[in-house]
Write a protein that binds this ligand. Structure first.
Ligand code: MSP
Length: 475
């Protein structure tokens, strides 16, 4: 039976349409999902939207719409954007879905049964944009360091989850790699977070109106983070499809960025342990990117729309750039200048030019299926490097390896002066071009997860031995 691979992205807030940051994680997950499908695995790729909470209700109010109307519109924008970027997800969960609300209700009742819930008075500073409490020591000039807004003083009676009781178990899961956290520096970060006094976790809100009812107290809504994390199980049938749930859970990979590590690596496994479910197998944390050196934010007006970029440069070019430019896991910078430079150098002059060059020559002859020693060696070593990089989620290294093969093919054409061989239609010309077409087919296969549309076009040209339109017109 095929191995299953259950991969998720965070579910994105519907207070604003998708931007290049949310596209980044989603493209990365899509590339991994496509790669695993190629390997013959039974992939389930989940993404979706996080639609409850105070800051979403506020955004709706600002837009003069009801929260439901507002989130319906934004959730659709996410779906449209992912379609534009060629994201092939298996399911899209919305936290306003009935299946989610029912699953969450069941989960909360189980949590209550566990005896790990208690009521208490809570008084703390709260940042509605983070949807999280914030410690005084973490404020910068009295403001939330991320949103640059003064937090609110919240005082209400909430229900709490005895998080502290589970922290030793969570720590053990991490140190023994039963729940892998990558890259290693993030694992260290979580372990040092666990040394701090995290307190217990407040799981409900009294004043919030836009959310899911706490099943054992109709006066309260479930804290949006507690509810949102459960999307990873409600989407696969925690409440309504036990067969599928058993097949897919635990998740093989939660892909997230560094801003939400605490929720995924500490709160989530603790909640799962409390209701007797297994923790996810792996959490991979990628970095954050800035735009021209600045943090992306609505206030700065530098939010980049992935749909605009895909319209202008093509979805494949955008997918390629996002994963090639910044080493996955590290922080990096996004700029249109770098995008255009890479587009011209790697896609137009590199890959596009090689395909057009080989096809122009091969069209003039009848290539024979053949393997050439040097190229075959290059292909084999590329496949090995690529596979290792993909298993380690090092996209840029996988792409670098493919581009070295592109370079080797160019060199092969030059070294053997194939354009002269073709003039006499020699046996050597036929064989050399056969070997080059074979290399192109390999390149297309390796690039399919990253640039699926282009990979399909290359395969078609090779099959027909016929050049078609330029893959990446120079800018
Ligand atoms: N709704 C929560 C997640 C709940 S998951 C159970 C949330 N949503 S979010 O819309 O703010 O999305 C955060 C995620 O978007 C990050 O973890 C990351 O995956 C992605 N990114 C948002 N901005 C980004 C950058 N500037 N750079 C890289 N990734 C970015 O948090």
């Amino acid at each position: 039976m095929a191995k299953k691979f259950y991969i998720t992205t965070p579910i994105y807030y519907t207070n604003q349409p998708p931007h290049i940051g949310t596209a980044y994680t989603t493209v990365a997950a899509d590339v991994l999902a496509r790669y695993r499908r190629q390997q013959g695995e039974k992939v389930f790729f989940l993404t979706g939207t996080d639609e409850h909470g105070e800051h979403i209700a506020q955004a709706a109010q600002k837009a003069g719409q009801s929260p439901q109307e507002f989130v319906d519109k934004i959730a659709q924008q996410f779906k449209d954007a992912w379609q534009k970027l060629n994201i092939k997800y298996n399911d899209f969960i919305r936290t306003t879905d009935k299946r989610h609300q029912e699953g969450v209700t069941k989960f909360l009742l189980k949590l209550k049964e566990s005896g790990k819930i208690y009521q208490d008075e809570y008084k703390a500073l709260y940042c509605p944009n983070c949807e999280d409490f914030i410690f005084k020591k973490d404020l910068v000039d009295g403001k939330c360091p991320i949103h640059k807004k003064e937090p609110q003083l919240v005082s209400e009676t909430n229900y709490f989850f005895k998080l502290k009781d589970f922290l030793p178990q969570v720590k053990k899961l991490i140190t023994t790699d039963q729940m892998i956290i990558e890259p290693p520096e993030r694992k260290k970060e979580v372990l040092s977070l666990l040394k701090q006094d995290l307190g217990n976790l407040s799981i409900s809100r009294q004043k919030v109106k836009w959310g899911i009812d706490l099943p054992f107290d109709g006066e309260q809504k479930i804290y949006v983070w507690v509810e949102a994390l459960q999307n990873y199980i409600t989407a696969i049938g925690y409440e309504n499809n036990p067969k599928q749930f058993k097949e897919l859970w635990p998740a093989d990979l939660h892909l997230i960025a560094k801003d939400i590590v605490k929720f995924h690596a500490i709160f989530w496994p603790a909640l799962l342990l409390a209701v007797g479910l297994k923790p996810p197998k792996k959490i991979f944390v990628h970095g954050f990117f800035t735009i021209n050196g600045q943090k992306m934010s609505k206030t700065l007006g530098n939010v980049i729309d992935p749909v605009y970029l895909a319209d202008k440069y093509g979805a494949d070019a955008l997918r390629y750039f996002l994963l090639r430019e910044i080493s996955f896991g590290q922080d990096g910078d996004f700029s249109i200048k770098r995008f255009e430079e890479r587009y011209n150098a790697d896609l137009a002059n590199g890959l596009g030019n090689l395909v057009s060059r080989v096809l122009t020559l091969s069209e003039k002859t009848e290539p024979t299926k053949s393997v050439e020693g040097q190229l075959a060696k290059e292909i084999k070593s590329t496949q090995e490097k690529y596979k290792k990089a993909m298993e380690e989620i090092k996209f840029n290294e996988a792409l670098e390896a493919v581009w070295r093969l592109v370079g080797a093919c160019d060199e092969f054409v030059d070294r053997n002066k194939i354009w002269e061989l073709v003039k006499n239609d020699s046996e050597k010309a036929k064989k050399s071009l056969g070997a080059l077409l074979n290399a192109l087919k390999e390149i297309a296969g390796l690039l399919e997860p990253f640039i699926p549309e282009t990979a399909g076009k290359i395969k078609e040209q090779v099959k027909q031995n016929k050049k078609s339109a330029v893959l990446f017109p120079r800018l």
